[in-house]
Ligand binder design. Structure first.
Ligand SMILES: Nc1ncnc2c1ncn2[C@@H]1O[C@H](COP(=O)(O)OP(=O)(O)OP(=O)(O)O)[C@@H](O)[C@H]1O
Length: 293
């Protein structure tokens, strides 16, 4: 542990039905950048949340801290009912298996077939050590992978090499691979940033439909406000490592959403308005719909 990392304080366990419970989360990188500066956030199991905020506001760092891909500096962190900061290596690996990730940069293995890439999504589920080749040969996994490819509308490209696919198809294959993990929760970090509008919407449709079908908790960072309008219900916005807004998007004016991307020097007035709005929503509980897992 580096000198600026404090031990995790003991905290009350997460409530049943709660997927994420973050309190006072701080991440200070070795460079001195305080990417997260006291984030408090609760997400119910089965809830979908869109994370907004300007470049550098801390969205990716927050997602990475949730599974300790980035080690938090301070604060408490519960995910799927477990104390993430107290988790040992085995518990953390188990937790990561339950969390599917979809990133902007799609890391398929180009030289392998689409089907093989999808089969490899089951790697984390395998308890006995197996080689990739042995796994790929297993009929039941290939069948399940074909079903996952069917779910994302790409069964017809199963035999092609991944390098032959378009960006939109690759991202849908990444979703199929993530399904093989049988996750309880999905973290999507700008999943459509590199895609054209039509392909982007196809991927967003898939993520939202799958989350609903399987009652998955979904946390998705986005930069495109029109997409946030069309898909989000609850939005959480970060600014400079803090939660600036946590509200039902339906009640937010376009100017309020645009304001999240305003230059720092314009922050004062807008932050005041948004803070008030956030507090009002918290008070009524209107921003959150609990769905028991
Ligand atoms: N590994 C790192 N080392 C040092 N600083 C980092 C590291 N990763 C991120 N940062 C810094 O932390 C801050 C938050 O970055 P982060 O990537 O979380 O923001 P973001 O909201 O996801 O941005 P974007 O929308 O551009 O992806 C930025 O100032 C960034 O430069």
């Amino acid at each position: 542990m580096s000198s600026h990392q404090l031990p995790a304080p003991r905290s009350a366990p997460a409530r049943p039905g709660q997927a994420v419970r973050v309190s006072g989360l701080v991440k200070e990188f070795a460079t001195g950048t305080r990417a997260l500066d006291g984030v408090d956030l609760e997400i119910s199991a089965g809830e979908t949340v869109v994370l907004l905020g300007a470049n550098g506001s801390g969205k990716s760092t927050l997602l990475k801290c949730l599974t300790r891909l980035v080690e938090p500096t301070e604060g408490t962190l519960h995910l799927l009912g477990r104390d993430v900061r107290a988790a040992g290596r085995a518990e953390l690996s188990g937790l990561r298996r339950e969390v599917g990730v979809v990133f902007q940069h799609i890391n398929l293995v180009d030289q392998l077939s689409v089907l093989t890439n999808v089969v490899h999504g089951a790697l984390g589920r395998e308890h006995s050590p197996r080689t990739w080749f042995a796994m790929t040969a297993r009929a039941e996994l290939r069948e399940e992978a074909m079903e996952a490819l069917g779910r994302v509308g790409l069964a017809h490209v199963a035999g092609r090499r991944a390098e032959q696919l378009s960006g939109g198809q690759r991202q849908r294959v990444a979703v199929a691979r993530m399904l093989m993990q049988r996750p309880r929760m999905v973290l999507a970090d700008e999943p459509v940033a590199a895609l054209d509008p039509r392909a982007g919407r196809a991927v967003m449709d898939l993520l939202w439909e799958i989350a609903e079908e399987r009652r998955l908790t979904l946390v998705c960072t986005l930069h495109q406000l029109p997409l946030a309008r069309d898909y989000a219900r609850r939005v959480v916005a970060l600014r400079a490592g803090r939660v600036e807004l946590d509200a039902d998007i339906a009640v937010l004016a376009d100017t309020e959403l645009d304001g999240l991307y305003a230059a720092e020097r314009e922050d004062e007035g807008l932050a005041g308005d948004l803070g008030t709005r956030t507090a009002a929503h918290r008070a009524t509980g209107a921003h959150r719909e609990a769905v028991d897992a």
